[in-house]
Design a protein around this ligand. Structure first.
Ligand code: SAH
Length: 392
């Protein structure tokens, strides 16, 4: 059982990560950014600063269609006002600490530092048919899942909408510029699977979803089909998300089909049980028409039994056919960790059991595992390196 094991990164054998809903108050607010506001709000800011409100439209188009925040690029704005306009609405929110390439240059992982020194990660991945960015929605996480590197950090703070959208804008720019192997690419997908629990930062995440999906000048005009919000399962907020009028894909980090095990693997299961969670997920599908993704990290000898695959299939089939697909994810282990991925034949049997029961199942590829690809691993690794350096 997971409870027999110290959590990932624990410094004492009896350490336990604690589930916490408390969101610490940040030391200072992130500077106000165009992406925090809708177009009317951006106009109001310019007007208050004594600048022409209609320029908000041009600034927004540069930002959302040309992916730039550099005043020099905005040659259709009067030269005398460019800097001031950009200074009002396009502050520098995220600074690159590290950029690591993997998978032959088709994956780039970024570690970002925010205005208050807090760090978050994002990962850009190019596939044959799409280019996907995995974004962070919080610095750290309060959900305390024992196998997740971010879960061991605790929550530092929520990200602002601007800080989330800046990760996306940067990725769109990098892709368009041709930094990924294979030449220029269009960023088509955004998944909220980086650091943090998006539902705990609901307001800023939903505003970010609006900026992603609204056409320019309001936002990037991406298809909601290409956007996935991944959650440990805050049932009331899953229900709320289905009413926002943006049919984004919901991913549920289930990782166990039975409460006995899920109580240990996903601490929030103490509040919302597997049954309630799957009911909410099914209702999300009914309301939005979007098939739900069930995420299942396969952890050796903990949750990878064929009987659990069968139980998962039964739970899904009991609610309907074809409404969910399962994404088994080979666990991305941290060096020295007791949490390891399943043996290949065990993984195969798990997948076959699901498929035989009629469940669409796709094993998640393990992009960037050589660059600490899993959630929170890069931030932890860089912090450890820096600590080692200061100790020397
Ligand atoms: N808090 C959200 C989103 C961030 S994590 C959520 O939990 O859904 C995105 C996915 O990565 C989740 O399914 C999470 O359980 C999984 N994950 C975390 N650590 C992992 C690891 N070491 N290996 C594989 N998947 C992991």
């Amino acid at each position: 059982m997971p409870t027999d094991q110290a959590p990932e990164g624990a410094t004492s054998p009896d350490a336990k990560p604690r589930l916490s809903f408390a969101v610490p108050v940040p030391k200072g607010k992130a500077p106000r950014h165009l992406a925090d506001l809708d177009l009317a709000g951006r106009k109001a800011v310019l007007k208050d600063a004594g600048l022409p409100a209609f320029r908000a439209d041009q600034l927004s188009r540069h930002y959302f269609t040309r992916f730039t925040r550099d005043a020099q690029d905005m040659t259709d704005l009067p030269a005398s006002q460019r800097e001031q306009l950009a200074a009002e609405l396009l502050p520098d929110l995220i600074h690159e600490v590290r950029a690591l390439r993997a998978d032959g240059g088709r994956t780039i992982k970024h570690l970002w530092e925010l205005h208050d020194g807090v760090r978050v990660e994002s990962v850009l991945m190019r596939y044959k048919d799409r280019t996907t960015l995995c974004v962070s929605s919080q610095a750290g996480c309060g959900m305390a899942c024992p196998f997740c590197a971010t879960g061991q950090m605790g929550l530092t703070r929520n990200l602002s909408t601007g800080e989330i959208i800046e990760q996306v804008r940067h990725a769109a720019q990098v892709s368009e510029r041709g930094d990924l192997t294979g030449g220029p690419a269009r960023l088509s997908n955004v998944v909220f699977m980086g650091m943090g629990e998006p539902m705990i930062n609901y307001k800023n995440v939903v505003a970010a979803l609006r900026r992603l999906t609204s056409p320019a000048p309001e936002g990037f005009g991406m298809s909601a089909r290409g956007i996935t919000v991944s959650t440990v399962g805050l049932v009331p907020l899953i229900r709320k998300l289905s009413t926002e009028g943006m049919p984004v894909t919901l991913a549920v980090s289930l990782h166990a089909p039975d409460d006995e095990l899920r109580d240990e693997l996903i601490p929030i299961n103490s509040k919302w049980k597997v049954g309630e969670l799957l009911d909410a997920a099914y209702d999300y599908y009914s309301t939005t028409g979007r098939r739900v993704s069930i995420e299942y990290a396969l952890i050796k000898d903990m949750n990878d039994h064929a009987w659990r695959a069968q139980l998962l299939a039964d739970e899904l089939n009991a609610r309907g056919r074809g409404w969910a697909h399962v994404n088994p994810i080979p666990l991305n282990p941290t060096p020295g960790s007791i949490w390891t991925c399943s043996e290949p034949d065990v993984q195969e049997l798990f997948v076959d059991t699901l498929r035989r029961a009629g469940i669409t199942t796709t094993v998640r590829d393990t992009r960037g595992s050589d660059i600490d690809g899993a959630c929170g691993q890069l931030a932890t690794e860089v912090l450890n390196q820096e600590r080692a350096r200061t100790r020397r």
